[in-house]
Design a protein around this ligand. Structure first.
Ligand SMILES: C[S@@+](CC[C@H](N)C(=O)[O-])C[C@H]1O[C@@H](n2cnc3c(N)ncnc32)[C@H](O)[C@@H]1O
Length: 214
């Protein structure tokens, strides 16, 4: 038994609850604990290189990632999204988003949110589809978060185009595994079975894998 250990755990819990309160106003598709996981990976994760997010929407995951990177004075977060929503977010879609139906873009809300959360300078938005952004990308990535179009084909394209940039020992995070058919099938067929990747965590549909160091 150690009171010091109890105090460390209490401090971490209080910090978590404080961050959840701050980021709560940002609309998005992420559980609090998943956001906290992204923050810890951005702050403490292995390797050196950029942090790249595919699918930023209104910036919820971006804020968590950027908070972590900022605290550790580490790399910028490149937030890639055309900001026009996925098929399910459009008018009449199963997750219709009013701001997309009305304004056609989540970018103004995204920008407002990253400013309000104090991470404007930590984030580099790239207003493009991931497949277009990949053509101009160069440089190592130490943390890749894939949360764009969840169809099988788009998930495969995101992975095929971006995973080669991930450094050995770097991390790739997938969202909505087990929730969306396309990305789940892709993950089970191509990632879990690939000896170069090892799953570290499956947290309520967020799967974290590490790329082999060799
Ligand atoms: C599920 S939302 C992302 C949620 C966000 N990560 C959060 O924390 O709330 C999916 C996003 O992917 C974007 N998207 C769809 N197709 C894309 C593509 N080809 N490249 C990049 N982003 C894409 C959509 O515009 C949408 O904002």
């Amino acid at each position: 038994m150690s009171i010091d250990w109890a105090l460390i755990r209490l401090k971490a819990t209080a910090e978590y609850l404080q961050l959840v309160e701050e980021i709560k106003p940002v609309q998005g598709f992420l559980l609090d604990l998943q956001g906290y996981t992204l923050m810890l990976l951005a702050e403490e994760g292995p390797g050196a290189g950029s942090i790249v997010e595919i699918g930023s929407f209104m910036g919820k995951s971006t804020c968590w990632l950027a908070r972590g990177a900022k605290r550790a004075q580490r790399e910028k977060v490149y937030a890639i999204d055309p900001f026009t929503g996925s098929p399910e977010h459009q008018s009449g879609g199963i997750c219709e988003v009013s701001v997309i139906a009305e304004d056609g873009s989540t970018f103004p809300m995204f920008e407002q949110n990253i400013r309000a959360l104090g991470v404007l300078e930590q984030v580099v938005p790239i207003v493009a589809r991931s497949e277009d952004a990949a053509r101009d990308w160069h440089g190592p990535i130490r943390l890749l978060f894939i949360d764009g179009d969840h169809s099988y084909e788009a998930s495969k394209l995101d992975f095929d185009l971006w995973s080669p940039f991930v450094v050995p020992g770097g991390i790739i995070v997938f969202h909505d595994i087990g929730e969306w058919e396309g990305v789940t099938r892709f993950y089970n067929e191509h990632v879990i079975t690939d000896p170069r990747y090892k799953q570290l965590l499956n947290l309520y549909s967020m799967c974290v894998v590490v790329k082999s160091a060799s």
